[in-house]
Ligand binder design. Structure first.
Ligand SMILES: [Zn+2]
Length: 317
């Protein structure tokens, strides 16, 4: 099922958020009893109820929607929880202020009267910049809404003109931190149905539970779990910080693949979640010496490695 029009709704809300922020000259105080904010929140709440109603009629739930609709639903649901909408508006206002200051310094990059837009949303990357001749749009992760003015300034610098290594470092340190992760988790929690982890042979939810108990004393926060769409054999797993998601290659959802191999790949990706990324001279490094030390404590580490090597070879033929 696809909820047609949800992306249009998303754009409408983004435009309203922008309108509100521009009207206040980027200096709004965004208090709880602000009438315009209350009205906007009611509108979003109505949309959320609409999606839930539609899902009920179709005998499904929002967690089972296709990704774009699901993202939109969880984003809207996130915004109506206190104090997220206020935080979002505050962050948006600060970002425009920072952007105006940055643009002042390099006006040639964006011609006069060109359209410039910043949006915060549920995306898998930390940010994306879309540039056209007289238009620039920065799409950044909702995880930034709790960021300081300095972090937002660095984000804008990186998005507009790549920024310096200091900017990259400040931005990546924030995205690797607790504040960012908390927001991403809250954003995902309304749609964590676990359905995307259920494969033909293996259920990643169960694989995760076992690995979590065995190696992390049951203390890891559960990320989003999913199988990749395609049968990748070069990359068996991936941890995405932006959405706190572990994806495992569909090629491993196969009865010929032993369970401990899937567990090993899960373990590897959960280590990324646990250890985060080291930032060296503005670059992210994730397979550090410390990482490998942890990785080798997997019970059948060598066997799992060997199996994956052979599996790649046999699948490439
Ligand atoms: Zn890795």
């Amino acid at each position: 099922m696809r909820i047609a029009g949800l992306i249009v709704v998303r754009d409408e809300i983004q435009n309203k958020l922008e309108g509100l922020v521009r009207k206040r000259g980027f200096e709004g105080s965004w208090v709880d009893d602000d009438e315009e904010i209350i009205r906007l929140k009611e509108e979003i709440r109505a949309r959320v109820a609409e999606v839930e109603g539609l899902c009920r009629t179709h005998g499904t739930n929002p967690g089972a929607l296709p990704m774009p609709s699901r993202r939109c639903y969880s984003w809207m649901n996130f915004l109506i929880q206190e104090p997220n909408l206020q935080m979002h508006l505050h962050c948006l206002a600060t970002s425009y202020r920072e952007a105006n200051a940055a643009m002042g310094e390099c006006r040639s990059r964006l011609q006069k009267n060109g359209k410039f837009q910043i949006e915060f949303y549920s995306i898998s990357a930390i940010f994306r910049t879309k540039k056209a001749k007289r238009e620039m749009r920065i799409l950044a992760s909702e995880g930034f809404i709790g960021a300081s003015r300095q972090v937002l300034g660095s984000l804008i610098a990186c998005a507009v003109n790549k920024g310096g290594s200091g900017d990259r470092e400040r931005m990546l340190t924030y995205t690797g931190g607790d504040a960012y992760q908390r927001i991403i988790r809250e954003l995902n929690q309304h749609t964590s149905s676990g359905v995307n982890g259920k494969g033909k042979i293996y259920d990643l939810n169960r694989v995760y539970e076992r690995v979590n108990q065995r190696y992390f004393a049951g203390e890891m926060d559960k990320p989003e779990l999913c199988w990749t769409q395609r049968q990748t054999v070069r990359m068996y797993g991936r941890y995405r910080l932006g959405t706190d998601t572990v994806s495992i290659s569909l090629s491993l959802d196969d009865a010929r693949v032993p369970e401990f191999v899937v567990e090993y790949v899960m373990y590897h990706e959960l280590l990324h979640q646990l250890l985060g990324v080291d930032i060296v001279r503005g670059r992210r490094r994730s397979h550090t010496r410390e990482f490998h030390r942890y990785e080798k404590s997997f019970d059948r580490y060598n066997e799992a490695q060997m199996f994956l090597k052979e599996w790649s070879k046999s699948r490439r033929k």
